[in-house]
Design a protein around this ligand. Structure first.
Ligand code: SF4
Ligand code: SF4
Length: 544
């Protein structure tokens, strides 16, 4: 009999098939994107609230069914499934109310008639949600710690062993939605920085998730050596290139195989660019204003701006947790990094660009803790009760960065530092005026321990399959549309196609997995006839 472990992430779904007798992983399947329009959890939340929650649910279930079919097991023999993810992804997966995750404060919730959803551990028939599995197959859903602190945060704390440490520990899941928790004594303070999609390679022209062909690291000397992920998602030596031209000075074993760059590659390129003066904030000081890597992969100034705003949000998040805990930077002992980026990134380069505090003496790099916890639940189903008890026992407080004064003050300095080139002395002076501790300017030489080789440590003996074709096309025809193609040309993700037909003579088609969703809406804004209505597009659904 088989089990399936699922991690529903903001930027993609990952899945393992497990042999329940031997408890061994058989195979792994992943998507490269999320099927719901949007690039972060807020976009997904807005899509559910303003467009169609049931459609978001259907898209996630449809993607899971496609992925399960790639696991190369007899799905009729699946006995149990376990899932993990952040509260918004798990709510979409189960098609439960999400508005309680969107609004801050009890008064606001009451005034909008929104009730808190119970997000405790539960077990339901997997087929109830539309998973194409036998009626007897159970789906195990782990608990949230409390309203805003989801099962993914529980996974991050449980799988890293954070809860057992006596030292002051900061843990961060380096993903699109950067969950972070600071443990000081028995108290835990959590936060979630909308780090933005740059950390997982999206919003970057050549960006992609950690998958075969992704440039995951660069090391600069006179020329730059690229590191590229192979078919088993292991880092291998790529070309040595001239970053001004992309010319390969020396070819590596992954020559000709790079197809994009991950967030970790972007972090590395920016760290090296800053050290080598190819980046003089806020501009790129190269021949054509871009950094060239192997096989034509290019990092533009726009990419660097997108990524550094993310760095600023993450650093402001860490700052905020420390300030709320009354902890000085040099009192922070240990840093845990999880998620794909937290696994693959060169921790020293990440520290150089501010993604982890400069003062921690020990750094541990973990893999995908969400998938690891789902996997443990599949292997040991009784663990669900333990997780429920643990979730109830954790004394955790959540800081909403969106409304937090410390976060706001630090993030303003971060933006000035990265996007205007404000000197660090001025940055710290501004913090002093705001009665916030300064950012240490010296980076401590930390001991780094990499606990896994890749974010999914074991792919199983049948290996990895990548599902690229996800999502749906949403179509609509707008009365008054002239077919001018302004929307098509404006779309940053090439998500729009225009066909002949419909009431106006033109049908607009949007690929849901490519679209940035309600946070973008450039197509609507550019329409000269003011007829483009994104929300009306879902009326006609066509499977990709
Ligand atoms: S322009 Fe429109 S279709 Fe393109 S990404 Fe933005 S919202 Fe999506
Ligand atoms: S921009 Fe407006 S008028 Fe032009 S093709 Fe798109 S929907 Fe039609």
């Amino acid at each position: 009999m088989y089990g399936i472990a699922i991690d529903v992430g903001t930027s993609g779904t990952r899945m393992h098939a497990v042999d329940l007798a031997s408890k061994k992983i058989i195979s792994t399947a992943i998507t490269m994107r999320h099927p719901v329009p949007g690039a972060n959890v807020m976009d997904h939340l807005t899509f559910c609230i303003e467009v169609d929650r049931t459609l978001a649910h259907k898209l996630l279930i449809d993607t899971s069914n496609k992925l399960m079919n790639m696991l190369d097991i007899d799905l009729k023999k699946v006995e149990r499934v376990a899932i993990c993810g952040n509260p918004i992804q798990l709510s979409m997966f189960q098609n439960i109310e999400v508005r309680d995750l969107a609004f801050v404060g009890e008064k606001t919730l009451r005034s909008k008639g929104v009730e808190h959803q119970k997000r405790d551990a539960r077990v339901i028939p997997a087929s109830d949600l539309g998973l194409e599995l036998p009626d007897s197959a159970e789906l195990m859903i782990p608990p949230a710690i409390k309203h805003e602190i989801g099962a993914d945060a529980l996974a991050m704390m449980y799988q890293t062993g954070l809860l057992d440490r006596k030292e002051n520990v900061l843990v961060t899941d380096y993903g699109t939605n950067a969950e972070m928790a600071l443990k000081v004594g028995d108290e835990i303070i959590t936060g979630s920085a909308a780090a933005g999609p740059a950390i997982e390679g999206q919003h970057i022209k050549a960006g992609m998730l950690a998958a075969p062909g992704a440039i995951s690291d660069v090391n600069a000397d006179m020329d730059w050596r690229c590191t590229v992920l192979d078919d088993a998602i292991l880092a291998q030596e790529g070309d040595l290139v001239n970053p001004n031209t992309g010319h390969a000075v020396e070819t590596g074993m992954m020559h000709g195989k790079a197809v994009g760059i991950t967030g970790t590659g972007v972090i590395a390129a920016i760290a090296e660019g800053l050290s080598n003066n190819l980046i003089k904030l806020p501009h790129l000081d190269t021949i054509d204003g871009s950094i060239h890597l192997q096989d034509g992969i290019v990092l533009t100034e726009h990419d660097v701006n997108e990524a550094t705003k993310t760095f600023g949000a993450m650093r402001a998040g860490h700052f905020t947790l420390l300030e709320h805990a009354g902890l000085k930077f040099d009192e922070l002992d240990i840093m845990y990094m999880s998620g794909a980026s937290g696994t693959y990134v060169d921790a020293r380069k990440a520290q150089r660009v501010g993604l982890l505090p400069p003062s921690c003496g020990q750094i541990f790099q973990f893999g995908n803790t969400s998938l690891a916890m789902a996997l443990d639940m599949v292997r040991e189903p009784q663990m669900l009760d333990e997780l429920q008890a643990l979730a109830a026992s954790i004394r955790a407080n959540h800081v909403m960065f969106a409304t937090d004064k410390v976060f706001e003050k630090v993030f303003v300095q971060e933006l000035a530092y990265w996007t205007e080139g404000m000197p660090m002395e001025t940055y710290n002076m501004m913090l002093e005026f705001a009665d916030i501790q300064p950012l240490p300017t010296q980076i401590k030489e930390a001991k780094i321990t990499r606990t896994v080789l890749r974010d999914i440590p074991d792919l199983g003996y049948k290996g990895l399959r990548v599902l690229r074709d996800i999502g749906i096309f949403v179509r609509g025809s707008f009365e008054g549309c002239t077919g001018c193609e302004a929307c098509l040309n404006e779309c940053p993700e090439n998500a729009i196609k225009i066909h002949q037909g419909g009431t106006s003579g033109f049908e607009i088609e949007v690929a849901s997995d490519l679209c940035n969703g309600t946070a973008c809406m450039r197509c609507e804004r550019i329409c000269p006839e003011k007829v483009f209505r994104f929300k009306e597009l879902q009326k006609s659904l066509i499977n990709k």
